[in-house]
Every structure is written in structure tokens, then in C-alpha cells.
Design a protein around this ligand. Sequence first.
Ligand code: SF4
Ligand SMILES: [Zn+2]
Ligand SMILES: [Zn+2]
Length: 325
Amino acid sequence: MARGKHPLMKCRHCDAKAVVNMRQHKLALCGPHFVEWVHKQTERFIEKYNMFTRDERVLVAVSGGKDSLALWDILLALGYRADGLYIGLGIDGGLSYSDESHRYITEFIEARGGDLTLHTVDVAGIYGASIPDAARLTRRGREKPCSVCGLSKRHIMNRVAREHGYDVLATGHNLDDEAAVLFGNAMVWSVDYLSRQGPVLPPSHPGLARKVKPLFRFYEREMAAYAIVRGIEYMYDECPHATGATTIRYKELLNQLEESSPGIKLQYVLRFLKAREQHGLFAQVREQLDLRTCPTCGQPTTNDGACSFCRMWERVNDRRIEQGL
Ligand code: SF4
Ligand SMILES: [Zn+2]
Ligand SMILES: [Zn+2]
């Protein structure tokens, strides 16, 4: 199941065979002890970074992939008040990617007795076009619809959290995601992103939810192992538009480094956060960020007037009218 596993490797805590060997922690564990370890670690991260309390309501953005379903599973197991949010992007890629993703989420809920709250937002149904169609119509995504997609997902997550009174918005970003994004931001010294990237992002506007990443210290393969041990069926395929993405190339590079220096990815992210906090790196950038309020949707924006999301969907609708769609 996990790279580096020795056939005779035993669990650190019992005589059972280890199912996962985490070289960066020098720790091999059997299934039940691994699940216990993941739960304890997540609880520790939630408290250490002041993510949320048991009284607060958490909205988990679920995509049908292993990380977000694992996150929902862990939060429920730990007794947090966690509901799900699924955004139907209308991505096909030949195998009806979005429908498949939704099916895994429905199965996840059914396997837990069906008594979970899931908010579903169908982008095409609400805004008039799927993400790939919107990208085509605005020519914003001539090659890939990712910028339209990212913009829309951020807006929708904020909107649903606000409309339903959630305190916190949780995403399933793991360490591999965080390290690759940090690497990308540091490659081009994107100080704006470097000033904000982290496990907790406080709300920039009243009424917005705090954004948290409770899994940000777990390696991707640990989350895959967790999903398998817990019997969580998940969407294995990446979004068809993810192929060739820069983040994937950065992940591969960082994995090569990790191979020869176990733990380097974790140190890279943790030391960045520590240096930023201890030395106030990029603090000025954060303070200078001039956020205004979009007059159309009420969400924060650096634009004068309507935010990028509202402008983009206005263009989509203009094109739809022009083209009689
Ligand atoms: S790769 Fe990610 S951002 Fe791009 S279209 Fe797919 S889900 Fe959206
Ligand atoms: Zn054990
Ligand atoms: Zn707006």
C-alpha cells in the first residue's frame, strides 16, 4: 500500500503487520493504529493552529477525492459538527468526471447511514453554464478552464458558508499540495500569495468563514492509505484538466527530493510558516492589501467595482445572449 513498506515490518504498537511506513516520522503502523494516529494528529493540528472548536459549524468542501472524503470522515469521527459542500462543475472528460465524483460522495453518505448534510451547488443550473463552457465563452480558459474554475469555487464556497452560517470552511489540502503551491509561489516570488498561504486564513470580511486546512501536515500517500484502511471509496482519477498542470510537475520534483531526504517536504512547509511568523515576513504585504466590497455579491475584491467572479459571469451571460444559447 505504501512505498517503502517492508514485508516483515511490524506495527510500532502491536504485533500486527504494518500497512504504512512513514519514513519521515520513522513510524510504521498497522491499520487500526494508523487510523488512531491520524485522528490524534488531526485533533492536535486543529488545536495547535486554532482552527476551530467543537461548538463551531464546519463546512467541508468535498470533491469525491480521497483527501476531502478522508477529512470529512476524520472530523465526524472526532465529533466535530461537519457538513459537506459539493460543487458540480460540469466537467466531463469522457467519463463524466463530475457525475462520478458526486456518486462517490453519495456513497460515502449512505455508508454512514445517510444522516449527513450535503449542500450541492450545480454551477450550470445556477449560473447558466458549466465551468468548461464558461471558460470557452469568456476565452479565459482557451487551454484549460482552471482559472474560471478556481475563481468560481472560491466564490461559491464563501457564499454557501455565509448563507448557511458556517464559522469555518475546511478543505482537504495535504502536505504535497501545500509544498507544491509554496514551491510555485516562491519560484516567482509571488509575495501576495506567500503572505497568505497557510493552514488558517482568517476572514477578510465580516460574515465570511475562516478557511482551514486540517490535513496540511499529512503526506498525500498517508491520506491514500487512510482512505483505503477506512474503506472509503473515492474518485481515483484526477480532473482531466489537471494533466500537465505546473503543480503536478512541482509535486514530482519535490517527491524526488523526498526520496533521498525523507521529511524534506514537511520541513520546507513548516519552516516557511515558522520563519514568516517569527520574522514577520510579508507582513507589510498583508497590511497593504486594499480589499473592497463587490457591490454585486458583497464578497471581498481588490477591484474597483465588481469582483472578478461577477465580471466573469456577466461576460459569460453576455456571450450566451449574443450566441443565442
Ligand atoms: S484541474 Fe482543478 S481547477 Fe482545473 S478544471 Fe479541474 S478541478 Fe477545476
Ligand atoms: Zn498496531
Ligand atoms: Zn462579486
